[in-house]
Design a protein around this ligand. Structure first.
Ligand code: NCD
Length: 315
């Protein structure tokens, strides 16, 4: 596992072999819940530092760290010296010299971790950065898809909703085509990217019913209002762009529906769908634990000696 990166900012930071290792290690952790590999002394210390709200990601990291046998710290940015004007680099170096081995960081600023590419103050995992990426969510979604269908090659997944503001969609677009999946980005035109910017294997479609008909899997997105510049309205969204259980039945598409959460019932989906067996949101939550265990384990085992340097030196 020596070659795993110490900074996981983007799906681009992993190669295919590394992703494959994470998938099988996640399966191993899911199949063997008694495993707790960090039984060394001293135990690794892993922190989360979330500058944005979170229910799933932060707590799933906390559970994954404890399941691994590591020590978990929630670094509270609100009450830290970040509020006294300390830089992110100084903050991370401080955590490093206190003995923290890895930090999972979330912020509303896109690409905030890119500044550390050359000189990493601490091992870092991107827990979601603005509208840029959310690589660990995409990896656990891929793991969930492989559980639902062992051969994803040639299968179509439609990501329906506010694609343009979704860091999850941006990571999925980089990840799923590597496994032969085709992606349809669907939703109202104002939520779709410019077609000229699309990677290979990704296409746009505005017609919701046509999208559903062509899908093997649906991936729903919330309207991410907090990332919108102007005002946007949800009026009638479920009818025109959302997905209900009735609509799936009418279109004769009894297919799995994924959602990264949080879901807004009555907007992008209805109560009947979220309570049905087609809805895989809870399976994604369950799978987030073994996948995040696999990610942390791989990054902690890489034996990188270049972390925490100040002016090229270690203190
Ligand atoms: C997403 C996020 O925060 O990017 N949720 C998550 O991490 N599970 C999606 C969202 O906020 O809509």
């Amino acid at each position: 596992m020596a070659s795993f990166p110490s900074l996981l900012e983007s799906i681009d930071d992993l190669n295919f072999t590394q992703i494959d290792v994470l998938l099988s290690r996640a399966k191993h952790f899911k199949d063997n819940p008694q495993l707790s590999p960090f039984n060394t002394t001293p135990k690794p210390i892993i922190a989360t530092s979330f500058l944005e709200n979170s229910t799933r990601t932060k707590h799933s990291f906390a559970v994954a760290i404890r399941r691994l046998g590591g020590l978990y710290i929630d670094f509270n940015a609100e009450t830290s010296s970040l509020k006294k004007g300390e830089s992110l680099e100084e903050t991370f170096l401080t955590l490093f010299y206190q003995g923290v081995n890895l930090c999972v960081f979330r912020s509303s600023v896109s690409h905030q971790l890119s500044q550390f590419k050359e000189n990493l103050p601490i091992k870092l995992v991107n827990g979601g950065d603005g509208v840029n990426e959310h690589p660990t969510q995409a990896l656990l979604d891929l793991y969930t898809l492989t559980e639902l269908c062992p051969d994803l090659n040639g299968k179509t997944i439609s990501i329906i909703g506010d694609n343009i503001h979704s860091r999850v969609a941006h990571s999925l677009m980089k990840l799923l085509p590597q496994f032969g999946m085709k992606i349809i980005l669907s939703g109202p035109l104002e939520y779709l990217p410019d077609s000229a910017t699309l990677p290979k294997g990704v296409e746009l479609l505005t017609d919701r019913d046509e999208t559903v008909k062509r899908s093997d899997f649906i991936y729903l997105l919330r309207i991410q209002k907090e990332r919108h510049e102007g005002k946007t309205s949800n009026d009638n969204y479920l009818e025109t762009n959302g997905v209900s259980l009735d609509r799936l039945k009418k279109l004769n598409k009894i297919i799995p529906v994924l959602h990264p959460g949080p879901a807004n019932i009555g907007v992008e989906l209805d109560q009947a769908l979220i309570k049905s067996s087609l809805y895989k949101g809870y399976l994604q939550v369950e799978n987030s634990i073994p996948m995040r265990m696999a990610i942390i384990e791989a990054m902690l085992l890489n034996n990188d000696q270049n972390i925490g340097k100040v002016n090229g030196e270690k203190f």
